[in-house]
Design a protein around this ligand. Sequence first.
Ligand SMILES: [Zn+2]
Length: 239
Amino acid sequence: MTEKLYLNDSYMKECDATVKKITEKGLILDRTVFYASGGGQPGDSGEINFADRIFKVTDTVKDGEDVLHIVENVDGIAVGDRVRCKIDWDRRYAHMKYHGAIHLIDAVANMKPDYEGLITGSQIYDDRARVDFSMENFSQEVAQKIIDDTNRVIHENHEFKVKYIPGEEAVKIKNLARTEPGRELIKRLETVRIVEIVGVDQQADGGTHVKNSSEIGSIVLQKIENKGKRNKRMYFVLE
Ligand SMILES: [Zn+2]
C-alpha cells in the first residue's frame, strides 16, 4: 500500500520515495505526495526526479491500495530506485480551494431546511467546478442565494481540521457520509478520517484541504443547468 502523505499534510509539495512497482502506465512508490484522483478532485501532476532525469507525471490515479503515477516513458528507472517527487503545487492548491468551496456549499445546502437539497456529485476542473444537486425548487435565484450564504461562511475564517475516529463511533454520527456508497464504506472501516470545518460541518473524507476557509477567496456563480425534475447543476469559479 502506498503511504499517502497528503492525507496528513495537504501542504507537502515534495518527498523522497522508493520505486515499488513499474507498470506500463507508470510508477508505484512506497510513499507519495501526489493526490490520486477521487471524490471529484483531479489527480496531481508534477515530476519524479531520478539521478539527472525528470519523469513528467501527467496524472495520478488509485490502483487498489496503491497510487499510480502516470508517466509516459519509464525507461531508465528500476524497482528499488530512490526518487524525488514534486507536485505541480499551483494546480493542486487551486484544487484544494475548489474542494473547500464545495465542502462549504454542501454544508450550507444541508444547513438550511428551506433549500431541501442535497449535493449528489461534484467535479473540480483546473479553473472552475461543477456541483450537482437533487433539489426541486432550483433557480438562478436559489443558486445565487446558496452562493451568497456560502461566501458569508467562507469569510468567517473557519479552520479545517483532520482527525481520525474509530469506525464504530463514526457510524453513530448523523450525516457524516453524504452518499450511500460513503455510508456503506464507513461500516467496513476500522478508522475513519474526518475533515472538520470548525463550527460549520464535519464529513468523512479522503481529500486534500486548505487550513482555513479564508484561503478559498470568493465563489462566483457561472451558470446553472436543468438536468431533470430534481437534477440540477451549477458551475462556479473562485476569485
Ligand atoms: Zn474534503
